[in-house]
Design a protein around this ligand. Structure first.
Ligand code: CAA
Length: 297
């Protein structure tokens, strides 16, 4: 695999994570294609990126004079080929469905230049499973970001058994451009971060189900007693209960009973209470995303 100059990053999926990844790539001076099947989701992502850049500029964390240029470097599109063909690095941030990811990566292998690293922001799936149908599986690598991407400092690099040293080197170079730290983890369900984070979140739901404390008090306990920056329910609402539930179902299947899904979490997902993104999860939020006091249930 020859070395690829890093100029253009293509991000697939314009949800919370895809928008954040596109933003930090643009902040690093890269040209970005942000692809989604849904026009409205792309427009929303552009608004989210603009809002976050403004916030960072107001806090002096990003030059105010560069905000417009950074935003302009993010080109949104619903044309998959137009996004994939120019890529020097691809990061997939589409839903956590293995079949969908596999077919997407097959298309990417067909459309991108030989050697272009194909990264997945999967929060739990095996890199080898995503890469399985490809002819050249060495290009596939886990590039796991954290929400909110513009603020969180880590990229967890997940290495499949066939991920190449070139893909690893390119990912570390990309992280540097984005101003992120990295850790390397060999693939295993949930890697290092999601496995522990899911377990804490799951245990919190079990405690809530058994009525030992309110959601607010469990959150407060972990924040003030254990110095977690957010409580587990605040975190679940931030990450998205659907995302969290699908991770837990997968960890249950692969790692066993420790990760048995929580009936309460599943019920909230069924009711469409997915967290901040739908205005209601464990807690309720107003249109601006502010928590409505005493609305926990
Ligand atoms: N864009 C730009 N700036 C942002 C931002 C965004 N999207 N979100 C927050 N900020 C800024 C705020 O403006 C604020 O800046 P100052 O410190 O300069 O005032 C700073 O970040 C802190 O924000 P807040 O004051 O609003 O609130 P906070 O102190 O509670 O911090 C937080 C918010 C950074 C999210 C913090 O609560 C935190 O670190 N929480 C844990 C987040 C975490 O663990 N994420 C991982 C989730 S798991 C995951 O993502 C992986 C997965 O696979 C699903």
């Amino acid at each position: 695999m020859s070395e690829i100059a890093l100029k253009t990053v293509t991000v697939l999926g314009s949800g919370i994570m895809g928008a954040g990844i596109a933003q930090v790539a643009a902040m690093g001076g890269l040209d970005v294609f942000l692809f989604d099947v849904n026009d409205a989701a792309l427009e929303k992502a552009r608004g989210v990126i603009a809002g976050s850049l403004k916030k960072l500029a107001e806090k002096g964390k990003f030059p105010a004079a560069d905000v417009d240029a950074a935003l302009a470097r993010v080109r949104i599109t619903t044309d998959f080929a137009a996004a994939a063909v120019p890529a020097d690095f691809v990061i997939e941030a589409i839903p956590e469905k293995l079949d969908l990811k596999r077919s997407t990566f097959l298309e990417l292998e067909r459309l991108t230049r030989t050697g272009v690293p194909l990264g997945s922001n999967t929060s739990s799936l095996m890199i080898s499973a995503i890469a399985e149908p490809l002819r050249d599986r060495s290009r596939v690598i886990g590039v796991h970001f954290f929400n909110p991407v513009p603020v969180m400092r880590l990229i967890e690099i997940v290495l499949g058994p066939e991920s190449s040293p070139q893909a690893l080197a390119a990912t570390e170079a990309l992280a540097k451009v984005m101003g992120k730290e990295t850790v390397r983890v060999k693939e295993a369900p949930g890697f290092a971060t999601s496995r522990i984070n899911a377990l804490i979140g799951l245990e919190a739901f079990r405690m809530l189900e058994s009525g030992i404390a309110s959601a607010e008090d469990i959150d407060k306990a972990l924040k003030l007693g254990l110095n977690h920056p957010m409580g587990p329910f605040e975190m679940a609402d931030l990450v998205g209960l659907d995302t969290r539930a699908s991770t837990i179902r997968y960890l249950h299947k692969t790692l066993g009973e420790t990760f048995r899904p929580s009936p309460l979490m599943e019920k909230l997902v069924e009711e469409g209470r997915l967290g901040r993104k739908t205005g209601r999860g464990v807690y309720t939020y107003d249109a601006k995303g502010n928590r409505i006091p005493d609305a926990a249930s």
